[in-house]
Write a protein that binds this ligand. Structure first.
Ligand code: PMP
Length: 431
């Protein structure tokens, strides 16, 4: 059954001569699974994509989240084709921005006003600037292991405790920038309270993924997000939700709408672009009024709100609005979770599974995961072995133990069952 990756190997060798490291985003180089040749994909349709050697895979990467409707969804493809026909970019406002912003606001009532940017990175970066402008404060509290893009302020690792300011996670981020980021463990309201007490009026905002997607799928414990809001408010600090993964992932709306806990500002990306580059941020009117041209906090973009991304986003939300879509994702997710759980037990592999709706993470070698330390303690080598076996079985997972498997609206019960069978063989081979 062994298939080869000949063309991918050739293309990767060529890529390395012209693109640094051969990839344009580091996780694509399989860093999280011990390296190797990344598979070069050539074409996608529905729940599948095909690599350059012609092998078909069931896709659970979903491009790290955006492809919730499945690859080349006809309605989204049509919208993008129409946008290209009309001319891709004008540098003027268009009606599509109005329509898309209205759709977002209707789905997510906490967005009094929004602005469109081009990536999740830009969206989060700008919410931090706006929060600083509004509060006239400098420091931000984030949670260990949450990823918020690659802007300087958020490329900061966890300190050893709430009173420790971060150190840079990346060369090129200055110590002064890192000193403005305080990191506390997720799901630890006491640590947050201590940090807020210690830094008091220096804290502009608390930044959080309301449901974590970046050390696998980790839900907030009961009452945690309410506590975040209460503590931040009492300190005069804002709350920023990074919903780059979660917006429209679990329901038609954000995690905030699902959990009924609302932040002051929200950053989004991924799904809302229907596969094209996008980011968006928004929130309370009085805070958003800090942004240029109304206020003194600057944010701009040649591509911001471009018609193609707007029309793809509108089309994607139209697909997601179809009745029953999220129930179906949840049912498929449950089937996959139960099948994987049974296969884990059958093979006697030590692993646990976190799942919410159509997003799931399998952690090896640990009993449960509620924060970054527990996720980090999971077995990297076992995950790598699982990933590589599944790839041979033509099942494409995200190449890192910290990423989720994402279902799309195109996955079928047969795809799920095929995946479970493949996992059963993988677990047996690993033991
Ligand atoms: N925030 C979160 C929660 C993310 O998961 C990501 C990307 N994985 C980002 C921000 C950055 O988004 P982008 O890659 O579009 O810049």
């Amino acid at each position: 059954m062994m298939h080869t990756y000949e063309r991918s190997e050739k293309l990767f060798n060529e890529a390395k001569q012209v693109i640094l490291g051969g990839v344009n985003s580091p996780s694509r180089a399989y860093k999280g699974v011990g390296g190797g040749t990344p598979v070069f994909m050539n074409r996608g349709k529905g729940a599948y994509f095909w690599d350059e050697d012609g092998t078909r895979y069931i896709d659970y990467l979903a491009a790290y989240g955006p492809i919730i409707a499945g690859h080349a969804h006809p309605h989204i493809t049509e919208a993008i084709n129409a946008a290209a026909q009309d001319g891709l970019l004008y540098g003027t406002p268009t009606k599509y921005e109005n329509k898309f912003a209205s759709m977002l606001k209707e789905a997510m009532p906490a967005l009094d006003r929004v602005r469109f940017v081009n990536s999740g990175t830009e969206a989060v970066m700008t919410t931090i600037r706006v929060a600083r402008a509004f509060t006239n404060r400098t420091k931000i509290i984030k949670f260990a292991g949450c990823y918020h893009g690659h802007s300087d302020p958020v490329l900061v690792a966890a300190g050893s405790g709430p009173s420790t300011t971060g150190h840079p996670d990346s060369a090129g981020v200055t110590a002064a920038t890192a000193a403005e980021m305080i990191t506390v463990p997720f799901n630890d309201a006491d640590a947050l309270e201590q940090a807020l007490e210690q830094f008091g009026e220096e804290i502009a905002a608390v930044l959080v993924e309301p449901i974590v997607g970046n050390f696998g799928i980790v839900e907030p414990e009961y009452g945690f997000l309410e506590k975040v809001n209460k503590l931040a408010k009492a300190n005069g600090s804002l709350v920023i939700y990074d919903e780059v993964i979660t917006a429209f992932r679990f329901m038609y709306g954000g995690a905030q709408d699902m959990l009924n806990v609302y932040p002051d500002l929200t950053a989004m990306g991924k799904i809302i672009g229907g596969g094209l580059p996008i980011g968006a941020y928004g929130g309370r009117l009085d805070i958003m009024e800090q942004v240029s041209p109304m206020g003194a906090a600057y944010q701009a973009g040649t591509m911001a709100g471009n018609p193609a991304s707007m029309r793809a986003g509108i089309a994607c939300l139209e697909v997601l609005r179809e009745p029953g879509l999220y129930d179906r994702l949840d049912r498929l997710g449950a089937r996959l979770e139960q099948g994987l759980q049974a296969a884990v037990e059958e093979a006697g592999v030590h692993a646990c599974i976190n799942r919410l709706g159509g997003a799931l993470t399998i952690y090896f070698g640990v009993d449960s995961v509620t924060n970054y330390d527990e996720a980090n303690a999971s077995d990297t080598a076992m995950f790598a072995a699982f990933f590589k076996h599944m790839l041979q079985e033509q099942i494409n997972l995200a190449p890192s133990k910290f990423e989720a498997l994402f279902l799309t609206a195109a996955h079928t019960v047969a795809d799920i069952d095929e995946t479970i069978e493949a996992a059963r063989r993988a677990f047996k081979a690993m033991n």
